[in-house]
Design a protein around this ligand. Sequence first.
Ligand code: FAD
Ligand code: MG
Length: 348
Amino acid sequence: MKSGKTSATIILILIVSLSVSCGGDGASVQPYSETRFALGTTCSITVYRKKDMKHLGEAFEAVNRVENLMSVNLEDSEISGLNNAAGKGRVELSGETFSLLEKSKAFAAVSGGAFDPTVGPLVSLWNIGNEGARVSGRREILDALTLVDYRRLELFPDTSTAALPLEGMKVDLGAIAKGYAADAAVKVLRDAGVPYGIVNFGGNVYALGERYGEGPWRIGIQDPEDERGNYVGIVKIEDQAVVTSGKYERFFVEDGVRYHHILSTLDGKPVDNGIASVTVVDRDSARADAFSTLLFVLGLEEGMRLAAETPYLRAVFIMEDKSVYTSMDPGTWFSINDDRYTLKGEER
Ligand code: FAD
Ligand code: MG
């Protein structure tokens, strides 16, 4: 079995190499970066003024807080508590966890369940990215699917409590909580008066402020077929998140077939619709994270439609046939870097 690994390090190198230049006052700009392992991936935060380094620890504390609340890999997290109580009753949750569950349910509704926070039984069944991942059988997939339905996740705002009515139901916030953790880290930096910086949590990038006060940051979108740090194109952003969901992030290969970690809530299998990756640009990193997964599952046509009608959000779809689509005129915010890929905007 061959396993995929995160491209976090590759993305970081690209950003940093693009970043070292001169500040507005002509002084050389130096990245001050700290990298830790959290959320099952490599998490880096970079600031560009020495005096801002003292806030990095506090920003990572926010990440740890989110992980401790929302990880399904930690037995005493709030989400594990909710899952362990499935079929038994309500569980009280912090405002943060409750509010992310509310958002997740809203994103599930807007996508008709393509994104579903109760996908946990399927994620556990396939176990992709972990030892022992294997192709699941038809019967076990159907059994898991009977437990996947965001409409059955009960949320009670008055008491900040939640319940999963059926034993075996399981919330998994893997498609949104990394983005939320990036928002939490950015909030710490922003509140501390840090004017610019880069947060990169395994492909969830947030570019804080302008690039050293000098206009947009340039963030590379990973070539889905190439783990060596090549990128298909560049998005230019200021004070926004860029989040990518790709088939290449976590997968295993069995009998020559690649099984990746973004799962269809219709047939319970890894989504196979011609999309190689979806990148979303948004002000809200949690929403960008949820939408990168959600648009991937919806597919090109429906995904493009939903992205186009969602205020502020922009999306880049990279297809397996190397065609590239943007949900909004690429204008100056997106450009292709690799001539093996073709932008299909003009044909829309
Ligand atoms: P995304 O596209 O953003 O999300 C894909 C993930 O979302 C899948 O892995 C699955 O978990 C879930 N998903 C799949 N299909 C759907 C769907 N249709 N609707 C909704 N969700 C779906 N990894 C580890 O190896 N060890 C850890 O200890 C660990 N802890 C983590 C703790 C937290 C709080 C978070 C947020 C993540 C953690 N992870 C851990 C990583 C996690 O398991 C996922 O692999 C990761 O979040 C996937 O992110 P992505 O950006 O690659 O893909
Ligand atoms: Mg996501």
